[in-house]
Design a protein around this ligand. Structure first.
Ligand SMILES: Cc1cc2nc3c(=O)[nH]c(=O)nc-3n(C[C@H](O)[C@H](O)[C@H](O)COP(=O)(O)OP(=O)(O)OC[C@H]3O[C@@H](n4cnc5c(N)ncnc54)[C@H](O)[C@@H]3O)c2cc1C
Length: 186
């Protein structure tokens, strides 16, 4: 088989590369269907999304492409109502902005950790996503929420993940660490 452009994997990244390619291309996908993490599997009429199908973007061009050109209006607008069950109570998501209502010792640990992290920023860029979480939020928030939550969401240890890709998607304090990203409403 010959092709000008060979794309490995038919997830969002591969499909997007193909969509925007101006050259001839071929996609190699190991599963029976493309979509990657955005696939929905159907059993007895029930659809199970492999990951949540919610679009967060600050880019008007991307929103227009997905909502108007690709989905042609077949989407719903939602106002977020997300809650974290932690220490036997619900607190708002994102956790790092919703410490009110947590047990006093937990909220204190989170706040003190945050202050310490910002007083002592690391001299080098974090080695991974876990290091970024400690540098950005401090030990308390990292321990009580950020690391276990992300390990569960991504089914991967944050120590094995890079942090730069997530930079745009996590709500960080206004005066973040040198390696923290811009604030985002997610
Ligand atoms: C729980 C969860 C929730 C999420 N929620 C959201 C959300 O709400 N909004 C949002 O924007 N994003 C969300 N994401 C992130 C989003 O789903 C991913 O960033 C995106 O789907 C990744 O696309 P990708 O193409 O990079 O990778 P993938 O989707 O992983 O695609 C990779 C593809 O490559 C194929 N492949 C792998 N190895 C080979 C090989 N050797 N040969 C051929 N093919 C191969 C795989 O089968 C797969 O189809 C979520 C992710 C998770 C896990």
């Amino acid at each position: 088989m010959k092709t000008e452009t060979l794309i490995l994997g038919g997830g969002l990244a591969g499909l997007s590369a193909a969509y925007h390619s101006e050259r001839e291309y071929r996609i190699l996908e190991r599963e029976a269907r493309v979509g990657g993490l955005c696939r929905t599997n159907w059993y007895d009429g029930f659809g199970f999304d492999l990951s949540i199908h919610i679009l967060f973007t600050k880019q008007p061009d991307l929103a227009r492409l997905v909502c108007e050109d690709l989905l042609r209006g077949e989407y719903h607008d939602h106002t977020r109502s997300s809650w974290v069950y932690s220490h036997e109570r619900y607190t708002g998501y994102p956790f790092q902005g919703s410490l009110y209502g947590l047990p006093t010792d937990v909220a204190t640990e989170c706040l003190v950790g945050l202050i310490e992290a910002h007083r002592n920023p690391p001299s080098q860029a974090p080695a991974n996503f876990a290091g970024w979480a400690y540098a950005t939020f401090g030990e308390g928030i990292a321990k009580h929420f950020f690391l276990p939550y992300n390990e569960r969401v991504w089914a991967t240890s944050p120590e094995e993940m890079d942090y730069r890709w997530i930079a745009d998607r996590v709500a960080v304090p206004d005066h973040g660490s040198p390696h923290a990203a811009r604030s985002n409403r997610r």
